[in-house]
Design a protein around this ligand. Structure first.
Ligand code: ZN
Length: 251
């Protein structure tokens, strides 16, 4: 429980990183963000395929029906976030400036709501992972934190662009992020009720990570860069996967 609370609370603080946009030059921040996006895209793929899915298989089983169950849950995790983003017709921007962002505040509220839901589910996932095994918890919390950083900074930029005052945007962004702590607590309580079944959240989490990496993060770095930058971004992406492999060996 302690680790669930600690990690989810730290992750909710990431919302305040949006304030960086006040201090850093837009160009520099953009550069840092794209590197972070590439790194986090790799870490999510590595987290899903090297940690969550293998752990799910070793916990649930590897018979044909078990595998079918596991991969259906992976697809479910993928689809839930697909719907979540499709429903509000919003695509996360991981850069500070966004020319095609709608300038109206209602859209900014939608972003806050979808973020709150997203972060709540992330909290559930972290709780489930820590309950199943400490190393899985660490890896999941790390993967969540990594994809939160570019997302929260990007969201903050969008909120400010949507017309919120800077302080208010920061506060609202934090409110939508604190749901990760609630998710963590609910996940913990849920595990006491449903016991071992909590393990089914692992493949679901894997589907979520694959979705975010493939549809949110990778497109951000795919089209916008020169050849040289593309090579850097791809290397950083590989490094994200490598980090997860390293964690697999070390913990
Ligand atoms: Zn997430």
């Amino acid at each position: 429980m302690f680790y669930i609370l600690l990690s989810t609370f730290l992750i909710s603080l990431i919302a305040f990183l949006g304030a960086l946009t006040l201090f850093l030059k837009e160009k520099l921040l953009d550069k840092i963000l794209l590197i972070l996006v590439a790194f986090s895209a790799g870490a999510l793929i590595g987290g899903a395929f090297l940690h969550l899915i293998p752990e799910a298989i070793s916990e649930i089983g590897s018979s044909e029906t078990d595998l079918l169950k596991i991969f259906l849950l992976v697809i479910l995790g993928f689809c839930v976030f697909f719907i979540l983003e499709q429903f509000i017709r919003w695509h996360h921007h991981h850069t500070v400036h966004c020319e095609d962002c709608p300038k109206i505040a209602p859209f900014s509220y939608l972003i806050l709501i979808s973020d709150a839901v997203h972060n709540f589910i992330d909290g559930l996932i972290i709780a489930a992972s820590f309950i199943i095994a400490f190393p899985v918890g660490v890896v999941t919390a790390l993967a969540v934190a990594l994809h939160e950083i570019p997302q929260e900074i990007g969201d903050y930029g969008v909120l400010v662009y949507g017309g919120f005052k800077k302080i208010k945007a920061l506060f609202l962004n934090f409110l939508s992020a604190i749901t990760v702590v609630f998710g963590g607590i609910i996940g913990f309580l849920l595990s006491e009720k449903i016991g071992q079944s909590i393990v089914f959240l692992l493949p679901f989490a894997a589907g979520h990570f694959i979705y975010i990496s493939a549809t949110d993060l990778i497109p951000e770095i795919k089209h916008r860069a020169s050849d040289k930058k593309s090579i850097i971004h791809f290397s950083v992406f590989l490094f994200g996967i490598f980090l997860m492999l390293l964690l697999k060996i070390l913990i």
